[in-house]
Write a protein that binds this ligand. Sequence first.
Ligand code: CMP
Length: 139
Amino acid sequence: MSERTLAIVKPDAVKKNAIGDIINRYEKAGLRPVAMRLMHMSKATAQGFYAVHKARPFFDSLCTFMSSGPCVVLVLQGDNAIKKNRELMGATDPAKAEQGTIRAAHGANIEFNAVHGSDAPETAKFEIGYFFAEMELVG
Ligand code: CMP
């Protein structure tokens, strides 16, 4: 079933010049970008995006990190896009991510973990709508 998911190439991965490698992995796996933007989030934008985590001890640090430099936000479309992207990313903690995954290759630790991907259809809907208007999705 074709579906859409929101992905973010986080500021740590952009600083490491890993945008191309990460997007290449999406494309090779059959996940096609249907919207994409290079942006430097404000802290308030990061707080709104990660509002579900606002009670977590790492929330402030996470939002500082996500607004520390440019990132790439993109909508990926393909068969089972949500699950496929989570497999490509690997575990949240790069130390636990399987070899060959994006986080194993580019993540430094559980916070600076290179990429984000929606975890379920409802979150994908919220996250895509947070950054993109329907008319910006070109798939
Ligand atoms: P992400 O998949 O974007 O979703 C929430 C983010 O919070 C996660 O990736 C990490 O960047 C960060 N995160 C999750 N757990 C922790 C933690 N225990 N300590 C610090 N950051 C975390």
